[in-house]
Design a protein around this ligand. Structure first.
Ligand SMILES: [Zn+2]
Ligand SMILES: [Zn+2]
Length: 389
């Protein structure tokens, strides 16, 4: 039986590659995935599944009802959005839209979930539970997962567990990587403007210089992780943008900085938020500047349920062999699948998609990003086994 399943998925490989390439050619940004949604919905309708479109704007949901359910429904999720990146490599399946690119592998995620729906629709007789196929818009910073949950994708179908996959180019193709507990980071962003008093660069004593204050603040912010966070807890404070001034001999009125905070534990997240604000307040006061501060709350941490991870591991071993099921370190990247895992237990796993031998090594969000398409049947088979197991 198990091998028959593998064979079914293998036979589907040509379609998986074709779907992924079609989607790769027509990338659309978050909440603008209209053509993408149409493509996905057509394929799901062809399987005779009831399909709902326009969920959270451009999301698509299909439900496969088990003939005789003995377990609670699960949700399988793929994200749909591309990035505002110009693809640099000329590939036969390269992006046909200038300035847009599937540079995170979400095209492959959709292909794998369509593949799983195709196989599972034919396995309805022995399917032990209803399966909700969730094609989610706007993962890249738009919080599409949260919007889908608000529109009832979990509650409406009584979803008891949720699973998601990410093709991952830093991991070699042929591996599946999953870990229990905190897996991807919580993320918050801040914008801080120090407002001083501009003047002549030669007469600093008559001005309040926000550039010196910002420089001092940025260095002090590095003490948050070094001095305020437990050294065995991972955390990041990065100031990624700093804007101030126009000329060498002019002290400007303002300096604005933008930063990102990453953490895995709620307590650490709280410490980062509090200490960053305290330091900026302190520097502002000491320098005579005023502070305008805004915190933009980002995604929570992706926290995998240990027993769901055990289940993924067991099925992953059937797909790639036990030796190729790996427990990765947590990554400080963020993922809005976290919102599903805040509501129901489940797991988020990485499907190795890199291949050093064939030069597929570019990072996610790079204009050279690509995947080894041999990863597609691996992810598909894993989704199928999770639903059937
Ligand atoms: Zn991404
Ligand atoms: Zn992604």
């Amino acid at each position: 039986m198990a091998d028959a399943l593998k064979e079914r998925v293998t036979r589907l490989t040509g379609s998986l590659v074709e779907w992924r390439r079609t989607l790769h050619r027509q990338p659309e940004l978050g909440f603008e995935e209209h053509e993408t949604a149409r493509f996905v919905a057509q394929r799901l309708q062809a399987l005779d599944l009831p399909v709902r479109t326009g969920v959270a704007k451009t999301g698509v949901v299909a439900v496969l009802k088990a003939k005789a359910a003995t377990a609670a429904p699960i949700l399988l999720r793929a994200d749909m959005d591309a990035l505002p990146i110009e693809e640099v490599e000329s590939r036969p399946y390269g992006s046909a839209v200038p300035g847009r690119m599937h540079a995170c592998g979400h095209d492959g995620h959709m292909a794998m979930l369509l593949g799983a729906a195709t196989v599972l629709a034919a396995e309805r007789e022995r399917l032990p539970r209803d399966v909700v196929f969730c094609f989610q818009p706007g993962e890249e910073g738009f919080g599409g997962a949260e919007a889908m949950i608000r529109e009832g994708v979990l509650d409406e179908h009584g979803v008891a567990e949720a699973y998601g996959l990410h093709l991952w180019s830093p991991f070699p193709v042929g591996t599946i990587q999953v870990r229990p507990g905190p897996t991807m980071a919580a993320q918050d962003e801040f914008e801080a403007t120090l407002r001083g008093h501009g003047g002549h660069g030669a007469l600093p004593h008559r001005a309040i210089d926000p550039i010196v204050a910002a420089a001092s603040a940025i260095l002090s912010l590095q003490t948050v992780v070094a001095r305020s966070v437990d050294p065995v807890q991972p955390a990041v404070v990065t100031v990624g943008a700093l804007h101030a001034g126009t000329a060498a001999n002019v002290i400007p009125d303002t300096a604005t900085m933008n930063g990102t905070l990453r953490s895995f534990e709620p307590g650490v997240r709280e410490t980062l938020r509090r200490r960053v604000k305290e330091i900026l307040d302190g520097v502002a006061q000491a320098s005579g500047c005023t502070l305008e501060y805004e915190l933009h709350e980002g995604y929570p941490a992706v926290v995998n349920d240990p027993s769901a991870v055990e289940r993924v591991r067991r099925h992953a071993a059937a797909v790639v062999g036990e030796g190729n099921v790996v427990e990765p370190d947590p990554t400080a990247a963020a993922e809005d699948f976290a919102y599903f895992l805040e509501r129901v237990p489940g797991a988020f796993a990485f499907i190795g998609a890199g291949n050093a031998a064939t030069g597929i090594t570019a990072a996610h969000h790079s204009p050279r990003f690509d995947i080894d398409e041999a990863a597609l049947p691996i992810g598909t088979e894993l989704l199928v086994r999770i639903a059937l197991g």
